[in-house]
Structures are given as structure tokens and as C-alpha cells.
Design a protein around this ligand. Structure first.
Ligand SMILES: [Mg+2]
Length: 213
């Protein structure tokens, strides 16, 4: 076994979609959300600021999140069941680390035998009528550098840890000693290709297994 702990990003890594963008489109705010995302990419606003702006705009209620959970399952990547099964059979601890919304991720995670305490994502808070109140602003995952912080917390004994994802924030896990696999099967980003220890361009997630086992 090469790794004791393997962590996966979720959006565009385990499911071929971006959850917050999908919620925005469903609510009819696709264009506004794209403008905010662009502002963040151009460095005009901080990631953490955009995170709050986007959610406070969309205000997803519980029914929206149930819808998103189904969409995530429909768009799951080819090969993911085999990947999790083989890692778990080899005794590897499998985690999901995502800046996405935890309640929408849990149902697909459960089909992969990843328990809720190994899903690290952002909690939404609803009122008694299941209407949006807020998100967990204390989560490190709403800030840049947050994924690296979670990797560090997960691995106090400095075991061999790998992180797999499509984004720049996934590759930040390198700063805490993770082996980083860039997954370009959904979106291939040049910056990730440049920063990753290994870059995968196949659409079947099983392409990561030879690097992990
Ligand atoms: Mg992603």
C-alpha cells in the first residue's frame, strides 16, 4: 500500500458538475454567479467573500439540496465505485474534502461507503421551515488554503496521504506534504496540470488506482 489516507475532491472529481453553479442556474441566477466567479478569478474579490455572496444570493432550501444530491448521483464519474471499493479493501482510509455543500454530498458518499464523519464539506443551516439561514462560516473549506488545513488535521501522525482533485485549492495540499493527483477527466486546468505530481486526463476515475495502491 502506497498511501494510508486518500482524499478526494467532490465537484468535477467524483461528480461531473459544480453544485453551486447548478443551484444558481436552477434559481435563474446563472449569469450573476458567473460574474462573481470571474471577479474571484481575477483577484477582484477574495474567495471567502464570493462564497458568502453566492450562497446569500441563491439561498438554497432543503428541497434544493435534495435535488442537488440526486443530480450529483446522476452525474457520478465512471469507475468511482470500483475505486473506493479497492482502496477500502486494501485498508486505505477514504475521505472527501470539498468546498461544496455537505448535505448534498452525503447521499453519493454513502453509496461509496464513506461515512459522514469522513465527508469534510460546508454545512448549510436551515430554519424550522427548511428555508436557508446561513452556511457554516467557521469552516476552513470556505477559504483558500482550507483543504490543506483539513489534510493536516486528518493526519496528525504524518502518514502517507494523497489528494485527488481538479482545482488549485486541491493542489494546495502539497504544502502539507500530500501527494497531489490532478484529475482532468471533467475539467482539465493548465495550472493544476503544472502543479500536480501526476495529472490524469482519462474520464474513468479508475485511472488513479495505479498511483494509489
Ligand atoms: Mg472540484
Amino acid at each position: 500500500m502506497k498511501f494510508d489516507i486518500v482524499c478526494f475532491d467532490f465537484d468535477s472529481t467524483l461528480s461531473a458538475m459544480e453544485g453551486i453553479d447548478a443551484l444558481a442556474e436552477k434559481a435563474g441566477f446563472g449569469a450573476e454567479m458567473a460574474a462573481l466567479t470571474n471577479a474571484a478569478m481575477n483577484g477582484e474579490v477574495a474567495l471567502e467573500e464570493v462564497y458568502a455572496q453566492r450562497l446569500n444570493f441563491i439561498r438554497p432550501n432543503k428541497a434544493d439540496i435534495d435535488w442537488l444530491a440526486e443530480e450529483y448521483i446522476k452525474h457520478q464519474l465512471k469507475g468511482i465505485e470500483a475505486v473506493f471499493k479497492q482502496l477500502q479493501n486494501a485498508g486505505v482510509a477514504t475521505h472527501i474534502i470539498s468546498g461544496g455543500l455537505k448535505q448534498a454530498i452525503l447521499p453519493l458518499a454513502a453509496t461509496l461507503n464513506v461515512p459522514a464523519n469522513q465527508v469534510h464539506a460546508v454545512d448549510l443551516l436551515w430554519n424550522a421551515l427548511n428555508e436557508y439561514e446561513n452556511f457554516d462560516e467557521s469552516s476552513p473549506l470556505v477559504r483558500s488554503g482550507g483543504k490543506a488545513e483539513v489534510c493536516l488535521q486528518l493526519n496528525p501522525n504524518q502518514l502517507q496521504l494523497a489528494m485527488i482533485g481538479d482545482g488549485k485549492t486541491d493542489m494546495e495540499a502539497k504544502t502539507v506534504g500530500a501527494f497531489c493527483i490532478g484529475f482532468g477527466g471533467v475539467v482539465a486546468r493548465p495550472l493544476v496540470k503544472e502543479q500536480a505530481d501526476v495529472f490524469i486526463e482519462k474520464t474513468d476515475l479508475q485511472a488513479v488506482l495505479p498511483y494509489l495502491l
